[in-house]
Design a protein. Sequence first.
Length: 497
Amino acid sequence: MLNRISRRTFLSGSAATIGLGLIPQSLASQKRPRLPIPRLIDGRQGEPVNLTIKNGHWSFMPGVNTATFGFSQEYLGPTIRTRRNSELNLSYHNTLNEDVSVHGHGLHVPGAVDGGPQLEIQPNEYWKPTLSIVQPAATCWYHSHTHGHTGRQVYHGLAGMMIIDDDDSDEMDLPDRYGVDDLPIIIQDKSFDKKGKLIYSLYEAGEDGWYGDTAIINGAINPIAKVPAGKVRLRLLNGANARFYIITFSDNREFYKIATDGGLLEKPVPLKSMEMSPGERCEIIVDLSDGKEADLLTLFEDVFDEEGEGIATTLQNIFKKDTSSNQNHSLKLVVDKSLNANLAPLPERMVSIARPKPKEINRTREFILNMDHETSHTDHSHAHHAMDMTINGAAMDMNVINERVDIGVWERWRIRSNQGAHPFHIHGCSFLIENMEGDTTTADQAGWKDTVVLDDDDWSELIVRFDHIADDSFPYMYHCHILEHEDRGMMGQFTVT
Ligand code: C2O
Ligand code: CU
Ligand code: CU
């Protein structure tokens, strides 16, 4: 999958820059911050999880404060831990001056508690959904899904991680000590003005969406984490608005991918680099028993486009150059021998994934993603408005149900991108990628997913089944997870009954 050279047809207006070395020199020389670890809230016994949606102030760089949003914290939200076959009792209190919807991305829950744009929490109001967690162990997340404002609200901090455990995952000897050898890693990018304040504009975003010029991990630039000299699990979430990342280690060390969006893979897959699109999660295991420090790089994908070379060659070139620039996009893992290490070998088999037989697949639907320039050229000052972002020719309309799906039956969804690369996401389910342009799915993509990448002029077929109700009042969404594409209409609604 990682052999494409250039994925995008359009260059983003705001960020047609190579994603390396953009942090001012003064910052690069400063001491690297500790990786912030969001507080863990244990909701496994059904304890109420109270989250206040609030205004905050956050220092992405030392000495500079900028206005942010957060869930009960200044920026981002706590990690919520829940468990298969338990109830998760959430309570959101909106203390902002604007409406907010909060969606549980990756959760298999009915439309009425899914937190789509129909479920807006008004200022000073509460929303208290109870979620029955029935799905296998996975790394999910929660984030703003407010109609037309998702991009801005997520960018300013309305996102957090959610961890689902189950008996199977407990039995495996995987690193699972939160904040010690099991780390939440939320990867984003931001742009700052000269004073260090966050910059965001939906209308000035380029056609590829809003790109920041600085990589941010859990709200910090170039952080360092102390970890035991053993196996370390990283729960990676691409929580960026629009950017695709290449994830790799600066010493090119091998790591194991153990989970996709919807849970564990059948077996660990060894990799040296991988791509992550907005919305996606990957759990990886890296072995630090050699005691050496490891630099996890979160590289902006544009660098590969600009150099016009295959990824392997480009990486080699990057490593040969002065690596100080790479450190602007890294999480340094430093071994602390005083911490108890998990040295257990990785399980050879983790879970089994039951695929439906071809004859069990009931029907096929097609979704065509379009970015159209042709429609209205009358007002050039608003060229960005003139671009239509549609699925099957229609932009998101809260009053229109685009698809009606029967509950509990397998379907094939054929997704196609006419222009540009898009991470296509479906609510209320996990799906399997059946093929990508007719090619069989690679081992590292062969698990449960809820987001699939369509490259420019590319198609993919998914196998999907919905087991929960989403009626006309609380339909599910499918959409592009580039948040500026979503906010501009590349989204549709569907019911499951
Ligand atoms: Cu993470 Cu509808 O989104
Ligand atoms: Cu979602
Ligand atoms: Cu898109």
